[in-house]
Write a protein that binds this ligand. Structure first.
Ligand code: 5GP
Ligand code: ZN
Length: 123
């Protein structure tokens, strides 16, 4: 399936809904989250509709592209770890799967967070 009717992120991929685009690759589109939870908060989505991480697991090649493109977005935005023992910089990649885990848009997406220290465990 390429685009799914009524899917917000399919509409962003198709340029039917505006977004602050950070990067486009052959396989993914990256854009800034409308409600950022960190100084840098970017969403990276496959161009092809896919519901969640479980759906994505049927396509390990695409899963690899999503992770690789998310990491490249982080690097391009200057989020790579730096300083002594990587104490500065750094980023977190998150894929919420299921509403109980915080998923609210059912087109799989990798959140890339950076620009502040991150607590662990996550909430
Ligand atoms: P989830 O909760 O599914 O893990 O993440 C969905 C994310 O999409 C949320 O962080 C939310 O702020 C973001 N979001 C929802 N609607 C829009 C939108 O129309 N544009 C953009 N850029 N982000 C959105
Ligand atoms: Zn979609």
């Amino acid at each position: 399936m390429s685009a799914m009717d009524g899917c917000l992120f399919c509409a962003i991929v198709a340029d039917e809904v505006p977004a602050d685009i950070v990067a486009r690759t052959e396989h993914t589109v990256a854009f800034r989250d409308i409600a950022p939870q960190a100084p840098t908060h970017v969403l990276v989505v496959p161009r092809h509709h896919c519901r969640d991480a479980l759906d994505l697991s049927a396509n390990p090649t695409m899963a690899g592209h999503l992770l690789a493109d998310a990491a490249e977005v982080a690097r391009s935005l200057g989020l790579e770890p730096s300083g002594d023992d990587g104490a500065d910089g750094g980023f977190r990649i998150v894929i919420n799967t299921g509403s109980r885990a915080g998923q609210s848009v059912f087109h799989v997406h990798a959140h890339v967070f950076g620009g502040r220290p991150m607590a662990w465990p996550p909430g």
